[in-house]
Design a protein around this ligand. Sequence first.
Ligand code: VGL
Ligand code: ZN
Length: 222
Amino acid sequence: MHVILIQMKFDSLPIDNHSVLLIVDMQYDFLPKGALPVPSGDEIIVPIANFAEYFAAQDGKIIFTQDWHPEGHLSFASAHPNSSPGDPIEAPGLGPVLWPDHCIQDSHGAQIHDKLPLRLAVAILRKGYRPTIDSYSAFLENDHKTPTGLTGLLQNLNISKVFICGLALDYCCYYSAVDARDEGFDVYFLSFLSRGIDQPENNIERALLSMKGKGIHIITDE
Ligand code: VGL
Ligand code: ZN
């Protein structure tokens, strides 16, 4: 019954064996009570889990991303003297703001929420592991040059359509969507399966408008 309802709802999405669902950074540190909680992030856990089952049943492939920082990562306010989370930073590969310590390699906060179907994943892509540079995008690190290898993996898998959901809408999801588009994929941004940090102010609205302007399909649940 449940599957049939979901099926009817998403029938219009062109999901097939050339499609990948990127489930971005659904880790405890980005959820309520985590180190860098994204408001209402917990609302999308079960809907993403259900959608992933549907997506896989349509022959789509599933890839998770996992923010994966070493201790003392330069994106952390704690790595800079007299700085607090949210303070602006302008440095190559970092910013626009500093973050609280989060998603430390092997910590509980870095784990992907256990209600999500990791068993469906063809790959789990880790990013942000180099100490002095951040990586919001799943495709390119924040120097906008260093590839993560994801483009090559998707090309090898014959993927042409990238569906994106997860956290945070205005950071890792946004930058991943823009880079996917730049790499030549058709991109479907599932905004109803994403929540944002909205920092600086109006960042979510800015991200959605920017994506629309680049030809990314924004999918709401209407
Ligand atoms: C993210 C800030 C810092 C994200 C990761 O997953 O959107 N945001 N690290
Ligand atoms: Zn991070």
